[in-house]
Write a protein that binds this ligand. Structure first.
Ligand code: TYD
Ligand code: MG
Length: 483
């Protein structure tokens, strides 16, 4: 057997050495799937001719998860001998960001911030870069904007007048090798990469912008922060439908995934922005951060309880109900708006992007069955004032009241807050932290509250509140509120 790397055409071992250092796999440039051999068509995404041969260097576990013993052999160690990393958090200087992260930025962690273009990801990161309560320097890597553009934004945000501006180092390139050189020189405590999609490396195949490039470059940076006392923020653009192969493929690599959402275009919706955690290794995923985008960037909303109500004098229009819902540790009062019109097609449809359409359909079916109100020939439009997405189950009774009101043309009484879950059998089920909801509504000037029949001792406190109307099922709830 001859060796192609050796001029003597004898097996010399060079090839063996090369193979040992690098493994070659075939990676789909469209979805990132790895295959041990070349295929004409990717079995994952079905694209043709997208598999290219790529070298993968040996990937260790970041963060010192494994150790090396004598003679370089891997070894494990007792869990009790490992120092916990809990406690090493630093504040980002932005209370709402800290809240979503679970109490601040965890050192040695990687945080992905996804969102549509123009939602405010770069703004948030630049503000955090200046405000973070860390000693040491912050490296802001911008692959999308020039240094001049970032400086202009920083001036607009009022960062340069404070001390924050001095410790931000800016580097405008997506070249991973260059970024690594800068990181080794600057030794930052925080690295902001805007955005992950602009990263590229010669090591990760020839075509930039592929999923493999994205994964390889992000992994290298994640590994660096895990081995040093730093944290990494990676920006990732997400399109309207939110399912892009790129950022999704990063989700399992990072510790925290935050999504920045809101209504960039929406009459009357204001400029609210919501930061939600989709994954958090160091905290809950319940909390949301609420911001408003203004002249001087993002500001936090001190008291968001009333942000999602439309100020009105006198009676409410038909189709509007106020729900008292929980978002993490906060109670919010939100206006639910419903509209029913005769179906335009053979099948009726639900248009609802703030409350899950499946939930709306289920509540509509429950109303139809238990109140005998025909909805199946109607198109149903649901909106939430302020553009906030509501995922909490306690919104269902208010949603039912709004739909009922829209269909019948009967308005709900003003200053009435509603909370409750609806079962398919038409019962109003109890919800978490009912007394807290009733109290918040009362403090905000709501004189009446429609909710479930309190069953536990905790719930009994709510019923004692003046103006509390308990309802066991949807029928009695509708009767109580519309009579
Ligand atoms: P940006 O942070 O660039 O969004 P992303 O990085 O997610 O693409 O924010 C862009 C939008 O924010 C843009 O439409 C302008 C607006 N904006 C303000 O309204 N006020 C400000 O102070 C700044 C910096 C931006
Ligand atoms: Mg940006």
């Amino acid at each position: 057997m001859s060796c192609t790397l050796c001029p003597s055409f004898v097996l010399c071992g060079i090839l063996k050495t090369v193979k040992k250092q690098k493994t070659f796999v075939f990676v789909c440039s469209s979805c990132g799937r790895e295959e041990p051999k070349w295929l004409g068509r990717c079995p994952e995404c079905g694209e043709w001719n997208t598999l290219t041969e790529t070298a993968v260097s040996g990937r260790g576990s970041p963060g010192g998860g494994s150790g090396t013993g004598a003679k370089g052999l891997p070894r494990s160690f007792p869990l009790s001998s490992v120092d916990p990393i809990e406690g090493s958090r630093v504040s980002s200087g932005i209370a709402e960001l800290d809240r979503v992260l679970g109490g601040g930025i965890m050192k040695r962690s990687a945080i992905l911030i996804g969102g549509e273009p123009g939602i405010g990801k770069s703004t948030l990161l630049l503000q955090a870069a200046a405000a973070a309560k860390t000693k040491g320097r912050v490296l802001y890597v911008s692959g999308e904007e020039s240094a001049g553009q970032v400086r202009m934004r920083a001036d607009r945000l009022g960062i340069m007048s404070g001390s924050g501006g001095d410790r931000i180092e800016i580097f405008c390139s997506g070249d991973l090798e260059e970024i690594q050189t800068i990181i080794d020189a600057v030794k930052p405590v925080l690295i902001m990469v805007d955005s992950a999609q602009t990263l590229f490396s010669a090591e990760a195949g020839l075509s930039p912008g592929t999923v493999n490039q994205l994964k390889y470059c992000s992994w290298e940076l994640i590994t660096w922060v895990k081995e040093h006392d730093a944290a990494l923020f990676l920006v990732a653009h997400v399109t309207k439908d939110g399912v892009i192969a790129g950022p999704k493929s990063l989700e399992h690599m990072v510790d925290t995934v935050l999504y920045f959402e809101g209504s960039t275009a929406g009459a009357g919706d204001g400029d609210c922005r919501f930061l939600r955690a989709a994954k958090n290794r160091f905290g809950s995923v319940d909390e949301i951060g609420i911001f408003t985008m203004g002249e001087k960037g993002l500001s936090i909303v001190e008291d968001p309880s009333l942000l999602f109500l439309v100020r009105r004098e006198g009676a409410l229009p038909a189709g509007v109900a106020t729900a008292a819902v929980l978002e993490g540790s906060r109670t919010l009062l939100v206006e639910i708006q419903a509209l029913t019109v005769p179906a335009k097609g053979a099948m009726s449809r639900v248009f609802s992007d703030r409350i899950d359409s499946a939930r709306v359909s289920r509540v509509a079916a429950t109303i139809e069955k238990h109140l005998g109100l025909r909805l199946s020939d109607q198109d149903l439009y649901i909106n939430v004032a302020g553009g906030i997405r509501i995922t909490e189950v306690g919104v269902e009774l208010a949603l039912a009241c709004a739909i009922y009101s829209a269909r019948t043309g009967l308005p709900l009484p003003a200053k009435t807050a509603i909370a409750g879950e609806l079962s398919l059998a038409g019962e109003v089920r109890s919800v978490r932290r009912l007394p807290g909801r009733v109290k918040t509504a009362k403090n905000l000037g709501f004189s009446a509250f429609l909710g479930p029949v309190p069953e536990a001792a905790a719930g009994a406190a709510a019923e004692k509140e003046e103006g509390y109307a308990p309802a066991g099922e949807i029928k009695s709830a509708i009767k109580a509120i519309f009579s």
